[in-house]
Write a protein that binds this ligand. Sequence first.
Ligand code: IMP
Ligand code: MG
Length: 185
Amino acid sequence: MTKNNMEQDIRNVLITQEEIDSRVKAMGEELYDRFEGKDPLFMGVLNGCFIFMADLVRASQLKSELEFIGVSSYRSGTESSGTMELTHELRGSVAGRDIVLVEDILDSGNTLAFLRDYLTERGAASITIVTLIDKPSRRTKVVKADLIGFVVPDEFVVGYGLDYAQKYRNLPYIGVLKPEVYEKN
Ligand code: IMP
Ligand code: MG
Protein backbone atom coordinates (compact mmCIF):
# COMPACT_ATOMS: atom_id res chain seq x y z
CA MET A 1 0.00 0.00 0.00
CA THR A 2 1.35 3.41 -0.91
CA LYS A 3 0.89 6.21 1.55
CA ASN A 4 -0.83 8.56 -0.90
CA ASN A 5 -3.39 8.30 -3.65
CA MET A 6 -1.39 10.25 -6.23
CA GLU A 7 0.86 7.38 -7.35
CA GLN A 8 -2.00 5.58 -9.07
CA ASP A 9 -2.37 8.49 -11.51
CA ILE A 10 1.29 8.34 -12.63
CA ARG A 11 2.12 6.30 -15.71
CA ASN A 12 5.88 6.32 -15.18
CA VAL A 13 8.62 8.18 -13.36
CA LEU A 14 10.58 10.24 -15.85
CA ILE A 15 13.13 11.87 -13.54
CA THR A 16 13.89 10.42 -10.12
CA GLN A 17 14.34 12.34 -6.90
CA GLU A 18 18.07 11.51 -6.96
CA GLU A 19 18.48 12.75 -10.53
CA ILE A 20 16.69 16.01 -9.68
CA ASP A 21 18.80 16.47 -6.58
CA SER A 22 22.13 16.10 -8.33
CA ARG A 23 21.12 18.22 -11.35
CA VAL A 24 19.77 21.06 -9.19
CA LYS A 25 23.00 21.07 -7.15
CA ALA A 26 25.02 21.36 -10.37
CA MET A 27 22.75 24.18 -11.60
CA GLY A 28 23.26 26.02 -8.30
CA GLU A 29 27.03 25.73 -8.68
CA GLU A 30 26.82 27.01 -12.24
CA LEU A 31 24.86 30.06 -11.04
CA TYR A 32 27.41 30.66 -8.29
CA ASP A 33 30.17 30.73 -10.88
CA ARG A 34 28.21 33.10 -13.11
CA PHE A 35 27.07 35.52 -10.41
CA GLU A 36 29.71 35.40 -7.67
CA GLY A 37 30.43 38.97 -6.56
CA LYS A 38 27.34 40.29 -8.36
CA ASP A 39 23.98 41.05 -6.82
CA PRO A 40 21.39 39.07 -8.79
CA LEU A 41 17.69 39.07 -7.98
CA PHE A 42 16.21 35.58 -8.14
CA MET A 43 12.67 35.81 -9.41
CA GLY A 44 10.52 32.70 -9.17
CA VAL A 45 7.50 32.21 -11.40
CA LEU A 46 4.59 31.07 -9.23
CA ASN A 47 3.24 28.58 -8.52
CA GLY A 48 5.30 25.90 -10.22
CA CYS A 49 8.72 27.20 -9.19
CA PHE A 50 8.26 26.92 -5.46
CA ILE A 51 10.12 23.66 -4.79
CA PHE A 52 12.77 24.12 -7.48
CA MET A 53 13.41 27.70 -6.37
CA ALA A 54 13.86 26.62 -2.74
CA ASP A 55 16.43 23.98 -3.69
CA LEU A 56 18.15 26.11 -6.34
CA VAL A 57 18.80 29.16 -4.16
CA ARG A 58 20.23 26.97 -1.42
CA ALA A 59 22.42 25.12 -3.93
CA SER A 60 23.72 28.39 -5.42
CA GLN A 61 24.90 29.75 -2.06
CA LEU A 62 24.72 33.27 -3.50
CA LYS A 63 23.94 36.17 -1.21
CA SER A 64 20.93 37.06 -3.32
CA GLU A 65 17.50 38.55 -2.90
CA LEU A 66 14.34 36.63 -3.80
CA GLU A 67 11.14 37.78 -5.41
CA PHE A 68 8.14 35.98 -6.85
CA ILE A 69 5.94 36.85 -9.75
CA GLY A 70 2.71 35.09 -10.57
CA VAL A 71 1.51 34.60 -14.07
CA SER A 72 -1.03 32.22 -15.44
CA SER A 73 -2.00 31.12 -18.91
CA TYR A 74 -3.46 27.76 -17.96
CA ARG A 75 -7.00 27.24 -16.92
CA SER A 76 -7.25 23.60 -15.93
CA GLY A 77 -6.36 21.79 -19.13
CA THR A 78 -2.95 20.79 -20.40
CA GLU A 79 -2.67 23.40 -23.16
CA SER A 80 -1.55 27.01 -22.84
CA SER A 81 -4.35 29.42 -23.65
CA GLY A 82 -1.84 32.06 -24.77
CA THR A 83 -3.53 34.85 -22.81
CA MET A 84 -1.34 35.86 -19.90
CA GLU A 85 -2.66 37.17 -16.64
CA LEU A 86 -0.56 38.44 -13.71
CA THR A 87 -1.68 36.71 -10.55
CA HIS A 88 1.04 38.08 -8.28
CA GLU A 89 2.59 41.49 -8.98
CA LEU A 90 6.18 42.52 -8.32
CA ARG A 91 6.65 44.48 -5.13
CA GLY A 92 10.00 46.18 -5.74
CA SER A 93 11.72 47.75 -8.71
CA VAL A 94 13.75 45.68 -11.17
CA ALA A 95 15.39 48.67 -12.87
CA GLY A 96 19.10 48.05 -13.36
CA ARG A 97 18.93 44.58 -11.80
CA ASP A 98 20.38 41.32 -13.05
CA ILE A 99 17.39 38.98 -12.90
CA VAL A 100 17.59 35.20 -12.61
CA LEU A 101 14.14 34.12 -13.74
CA VAL A 102 13.30 30.70 -12.30
CA GLU A 103 10.58 28.66 -14.02
CA ASP A 104 9.42 25.07 -13.65
CA ILE A 105 8.89 24.29 -17.32
CA LEU A 106 9.37 26.01 -20.65
CA ASP A 107 6.67 24.72 -22.96
CA SER A 108 5.05 26.96 -25.62
CA GLY A 109 7.22 29.86 -24.43
CA ASN A 110 4.21 32.14 -23.84
CA THR A 111 4.97 32.63 -20.14
CA LEU A 112 8.66 33.39 -20.46
CA ALA A 113 8.25 35.55 -23.57
CA PHE A 114 5.66 37.61 -21.68
CA LEU A 115 7.85 37.90 -18.56
CA ARG A 116 10.98 38.72 -20.56
CA ASP A 117 9.14 41.65 -22.20
CA TYR A 118 7.55 42.67 -18.90
CA LEU A 119 10.92 42.81 -17.09
CA THR A 120 12.71 44.45 -20.03
CA GLU A 121 10.06 47.22 -20.13
CA ARG A 122 10.67 47.79 -16.42
CA GLY A 123 14.38 48.31 -16.98
CA ALA A 124 16.01 45.03 -15.94
CA ALA A 125 19.75 45.13 -16.77
CA SER A 126 19.86 41.43 -17.72
CA ILE A 127 17.56 38.42 -17.63
CA THR A 128 18.97 34.93 -17.16
CA ILE A 129 16.33 32.29 -17.77
CA VAL A 130 16.63 29.14 -15.68
CA THR A 131 14.14 26.36 -16.23
CA LEU A 132 14.01 22.98 -14.57
CA ILE A 133 12.40 21.41 -17.63
CA ASP A 134 12.43 22.26 -21.29
CA LYS A 135 9.93 20.81 -23.77
CA PRO A 136 11.39 22.29 -26.99
CA SER A 137 9.07 20.37 -29.31
CA ARG A 138 6.11 22.50 -28.20
CA ARG A 139 7.62 25.95 -28.64
CA THR A 140 5.53 28.56 -30.46
CA LYS A 141 7.42 31.66 -29.18
CA VAL A 142 11.14 32.27 -29.63
CA VAL A 143 12.51 31.82 -26.12
CA LYS A 144 15.74 30.12 -25.12
CA ALA A 145 16.66 29.24 -21.57
CA ASP A 146 20.20 30.00 -20.41
CA LEU A 147 20.25 27.08 -17.99
CA ILE A 148 18.14 23.94 -18.36
CA GLY A 149 17.72 21.09 -15.89
CA PHE A 150 16.24 18.42 -18.14
CA VAL A 151 14.89 18.25 -21.68
CA VAL A 152 11.74 16.13 -21.88
CA PRO A 153 9.60 14.80 -24.75
CA ASP A 154 6.10 16.07 -25.44
CA GLU A 155 4.30 14.48 -22.50
CA PHE A 156 2.41 16.11 -19.65
CA VAL A 157 4.55 15.86 -16.53
CA VAL A 158 3.82 16.52 -12.86
CA GLY A 159 5.67 16.57 -9.55
CA TYR A 160 8.46 18.60 -7.91
CA GLY A 161 6.31 21.73 -8.24
CA LEU A 162 4.59 20.89 -11.51
CA ASP A 163 0.85 20.45 -11.35
CA TYR A 164 -2.16 19.24 -13.15
CA ALA A 165 -5.18 21.32 -12.02
CA GLN A 166 -3.12 22.46 -8.97
CA LYS A 167 -2.47 18.89 -7.78
CA TYR A 168 0.57 16.54 -7.75
CA ARG A 169 3.00 19.42 -7.02
CA ASN A 170 4.21 17.62 -3.91
CA LEU A 171 5.37 14.42 -5.62
CA PRO A 172 9.13 14.20 -4.98
CA TYR A 173 9.93 13.08 -8.55
CA ILE A 174 8.79 14.10 -12.03
CA GLY A 175 6.38 11.68 -13.60
CA VAL A 176 4.15 11.38 -16.62
CA LEU A 177 0.48 11.63 -15.81
CA LYS A 178 -1.77 8.90 -17.18
CA PRO A 179 -3.68 10.52 -20.07
CA GLU A 180 -6.98 9.19 -18.72
CA VAL A 181 -6.56 11.51 -15.71
CA TYR A 182 -6.95 14.64 -17.84
CA GLU A 183 -8.95 13.11 -20.66
CA LYS A 184 -11.86 12.35 -18.36
CA ASN A 185 -12.23 16.07 -17.56
P1 IMP B 1 4.33 27.98 -21.53
O1 IMP B 1 3.81 29.35 -21.22
O2 IMP B 1 3.47 27.24 -22.51
O3 IMP B 1 5.80 27.92 -21.88
O4 IMP B 1 4.14 27.09 -20.27
C1 IMP B 1 4.65 27.39 -19.09
C2 IMP B 1 3.72 26.94 -18.00
O5 IMP B 1 2.81 25.91 -18.45
C3 IMP B 1 4.52 26.33 -16.93
O6 IMP B 1 4.89 27.28 -15.99
C4 IMP B 1 3.58 25.28 -16.36
O7 IMP B 1 2.81 25.86 -15.34
C5 IMP B 1 2.68 24.91 -17.48
N1 IMP B 1 3.05 23.61 -18.11
C6 IMP B 1 3.49 23.40 -19.36
N2 IMP B 1 3.74 22.10 -19.59
C7 IMP B 1 3.45 21.47 -18.43
C8 IMP B 1 3.52 20.08 -18.02
O8 IMP B 1 3.92 19.15 -18.73
N3 IMP B 1 3.15 19.85 -16.74
C9 IMP B 1 2.73 20.82 -15.89
N4 IMP B 1 2.66 22.11 -16.23
C10 IMP B 1 3.01 22.43 -17.49
MG1 MG C 1 4.15 27.38 -13.99
